[in-house]
Write a protein that binds this ligand. Structure first.
Ligand SMILES: [Zn+2]
Length: 176
């Protein structure tokens, strides 16, 4: 996902985070914006067996210019394909560390509790039989890979590299 509107916001205010979601067409490799997290998760959850193409958007084709270009002013993070969709009633949160080194993932449960690992999910489900209609496997704490070549130079993030050649098709770009 990427954050849209790049350039206007100072990249230093964590409260003011905006994230946009994009998916790469399997045909023309252009990036297309996906309007909602729910829709993005839906595409991501079955990306391997059901790759995405421009014509899945109404009035869009591979002829149209890309909605967004990789690496233009926003931090890009690339998701693994086929992560489970967030169960209904839960919210999946990704937090980018201040040094841009990585994301941390957690879920907010229907009771408002935060769970940060499969063991905590298991404990929660055990303690709340009411919410037992989901399984631990419905949760994933896998986080998107931050594309280091898109981290602004002036923020002094971690500087190792080697990741930028990864090509996956679902992406999150994060703007802080
Ligand atoms: Zn296309």
């Amino acid at each position: 996902m990427m954050k849209a509107g790049g350039g206007q916001e100072t990249p230093k205010t964590p409260e003011k985070s905006s994230t946009v979601y994009a998916v790469q067409c399997g045909e023309c490799f252009k990036w297309r914006l996906i309007p909602t997290k729910v829709e993005f998760e839906d595409i991501r959850s079955k990306f391997i067996e059901n790759p995405w193409f421009c014509n899945r958007k109404s009035d869009m084709s591979c002829e149209d210019p890309a909605d967004i270009e990789y690496g233009t002013g926003q931090i890009w993070a690339i998701d693994k394909p086929n992560l489970p969709k967030t169960p209904v009633g839960y919210e999946r949160i990704l937090v980018l560390r201040r040094d841009f080194s990585k994301f941390d993932a957690y879920y907010i449960t229907p009771t408002g509790k935060r769970v940060r690992a499969p063991s905590e999910v298991e404990k929660f489900l055990g303690a709340n039989p009411k919410y037992n209609d989901v399984a631990v496997s419905d949760f994933s704490f896998a986080v998107p890979k931050i594309m280091e070549d898109t981290i602004p130079r002036n923020v002094g993030g971690k500087s190792c590299s080697g990741s930028s050649s990864k090509k996956m098709k679902t992406s999150q770009v994060d703007d802080d």
